[in-house]
Design a protein around this ligand. Structure first.
Ligand code: KG4
Ligand code: ZN
Length: 335
């Protein structure tokens, strides 16, 4: 089996994945939400220290699960890019130590590829070619993935989808992460009181969330004490998701004009847990005759099970990393 490690942001997570059938045998993750909540975003120094405490704790649980016998392990897979440098390094150090002490090869895994493979956790079958909407705290991308390569078709000019939810929650004086908080507030809105602009309604496929974020700020300032938070959360979620939907529709139309079909479309990343977005994209893909793939909700946000799933693939291909050369690449956006 493969032991996988994820520490690219604020989730410390370790998993064991069986190589022969991709079954997830062990998975544990400890999030840090309450520590960053007061700041309305991740504080890297705090995140790094918490990983240093928690990764060994999870490793000890994993050791117990294995009855202290690591002999069934074949490789160590670790997220090396992209992410926060001071948190990626914690996972990499653990991976190198395990690799040296157990004489196991290393697999260097791209976190975004991990999100795509979250679709294939617990299953051997991989579905390609695949068009992907990746919406996380760091990225908003439309990707085209085949077995061999992943191409970036569209990206955000500024903030990401998830980040904009985090910032709006902060402006509303709520906690972190903002995605579930905004979704929850929006679900309590029974009357559409506010309307916010939909960003970049032009012919490009690019995303942008900074203007919408500013519109939220202005609305908060204008309303003062009479602000209805639920209605604002609803209006924001609607505009942010409509923006994504408009761009995805444009993507489908452009493909259609070129005579190309999209047999499978997927939404992955933390933002793919958004129920409004899931619903709307479901309707859109159906209208273009495309099949929608979604990861189970528990694997939408960061986790090591998805890293282990890519790990199996890389292991079977013999794509091992050299312990002297493996390094973190915090800002890498290539695949
Ligand atoms: O993929 P992820 O766990 O971490 C990164 O790789 O960035 O994504 C985290 C992001 C956060 O910004 C969080 O607010 C957002 O995903 N998120 C959501 C929802 N649940 C999590 N955004 C919108 N709606 C949600 N329900
Ligand atoms: Zn992620």
């Amino acid at each position: 089996m493969i032991l996988s490690i994820e520490s690219s942001c604020d989730d410390s997570s370790l998993a064991l994945t069986q190589i022969k059938d991709c079954k997830l045998l062990f998975h544990q993750k400890i999030s840090q939400d309450e520590f960053h909540s007061n700041y309305g975003g991740i504080v890297p120094e705090i995140a790094s220290r918490l990983h240093a405490q928690r990764l060994p704790k999870i490793l000890s649980n994993l050791k117990e699960f294995l009855g202290g016998d690591f002999s069934t392990l074949k490789a160590i897979a670790v997220t090396s890019e992209p992410g926060l440098s001071v948190t990626l390094i914690e996972g990499l150090m653990m991976a190198k130590t395990l690799s040296l002490s157990l004489s196991l090869p290393l697999l260097s895994i791209n976190h975004l590829k991990g999100h795509i493979y979250s679709l294939f956790i617990n299953q051997e079958k991989e579905i390609f070619p695949l068009s992907v909407l990746l919406v996380s705290g760091g990225h908003t991308l439309i990707l085209e993935a085949t077995e061999q390569e992943i191409k970036i078709i569209a990206q955000s000019l500024d903030d990401s989808f998830g980040e904009s939810f985090d910032k709006v929650a902060k402006m509303l004086g709520e906690g972190y992460p903002g995605g579930p908080i905004i979704q929850d507030l929006a679900s309590k809105c029974h009357k559409e009181l506010y309307s916010l602009p939909i960003p970049l309604q032009n012919k490009t496929l690019a995303f942008s969330f900074s203007g919408l974020k500013n519109a939220v700020r202005l609305e908060i300032e204008k309303r003062g004490d009479s602000l209805d938070k639920n209605a604002l959360a609803y209006a924001f979620q609607k505009s942010a998701c409509s923006h994504i939907l408009q761009k995805c529709k444009r993507y489908f139309l452009e493909k259609k004009e070129r005579g190309e079909s999209v047999s499978h479309f997927a939404i992955v990343g933390g933002g793919s847990a958004n129920l409004f977005l899931r619903n709307e994209i479901d309707k859109l893909t159906a209208s273009f005759g495309s099949k929608l793939l979604l990861a189970p909700l528990e694997f939408c946000s960061d986790n090591s099970a998805m890293i282990g799933r890519v790990g199996v693939r890389e292991y079977l291909r013999g794509n091992f990393a050299d312990i002297d050369k493996i390094d973190i690449s915090p800002r890498n956006t290539q695949f």
